[in-house]
Design a binder for this molecule. Structure first.
Ligand code: CA
Length: 244
């Protein structure tokens, strides 16, 4: 049984990672109804009421996404496109209020795995999510990622960075920033891009926020363990993760 399928029926052992599902739906009554049913089946849910929140939650690590197409600020289509463009392969179940064929086809063409038309029964949605999970498990899409750079390990599933096997104790945002940079090793990422991907579209701070977090990462990872510089400043632009 793949670990992905972490519902109670899969016999989830205490301490075993529970499947984390982002439920993105701006209608709070529908969202809460879905969350109620999913959590009763042993899934852990994070809730998003608009597109930027959905993106941010998925980027900080999720096993599946339930995505309403009619979301405010950034709609479901754009959320889907953005996630697939980033190469994220998590299963996505689309919710749509419009039953016309175009919505369905477009939704699937841009990378949804399945869809449900409103009104739906929560049981049906839970069943579809489980089916997607089983399929994902079979193809090992959700294999946990551990990036290794000599003595440094960046463990996406555990959300921790280790040096010589010891957790360096990063805060959640520091970890997300490190993961974003290391996942794009060798690629210079602008401060704008980092703010958008790590903090989310709605973040109201300025670019110095990125600088402050990079400084903290350097002191926790490079200085403390005397590692060669990994986080390189790209002057007038942003940062790049690279060895040596
Ligand atoms: Ca909606």
């Amino acid at each position: 049984m793949p670990q992905w399928f972490g519902g109670r029926e899969a016999g989830t052992a205490p301490g075993m990672a529970v499947t984390r599902i982002v439920v993105a739906e701006d209608d709070s009554s529908i969202r809460e109804l879905l969350v109620h049913h999913l959590e009763r089946d042993g899934f852990h849910c994070d809730q998003a009421a608009d597109g930027p929140s959905a993106l941010r939650l998925v980027r900080t690590g999720a096993d599946a996404l339930i995505l309403d197409l009619g979301l405010p600020v950034v709609d479901g289509f754009d959320v889907l496109r953005a996630l697939r463009r980033e190469g994220r392969e998590l299963p996505i179940l689309v919710l749509t209020a419009r039953s016309d064929e175009i919505d369905r086809v477009v939704g699937l063409e841009i990378g949804a795995d399945d869809y449900v038309v409103k009104p739906f029964s929560p049981r049906e949605v839970v069943a579809r999510v489980k089916a997607l999970g089983r399929r994902a498990g079979l193809t090992s899409i959700q294999a946990p990622v551990v990036l290794t750079f000599e003595r440094l390990e960046i463990d996406e599933a555990a959300r921790e960075a280790r040096i010589d096997g010891v957790n360096v104790g990063l805060k959640p945002r520091e970890f997300a920033l490190l993961l974003e940079l290391a996942s794009n090793a060798g690629v210079a990422l602008s401060r704008e891009t980092l703010l958008e991907r790590v903090w989310g579209y709605e973040f109201d701070g300025d670019h110095r926020t990125v600088d402050v977090h990079v400084r903290r990462l350097r002191s926790k990872i490079e200085d403390g363990a005397q590692l060669a510089p990994l986080l390189h400043t790209v002057h007038g632009f942003g940062y790049k993760f690279a060895r040596g």
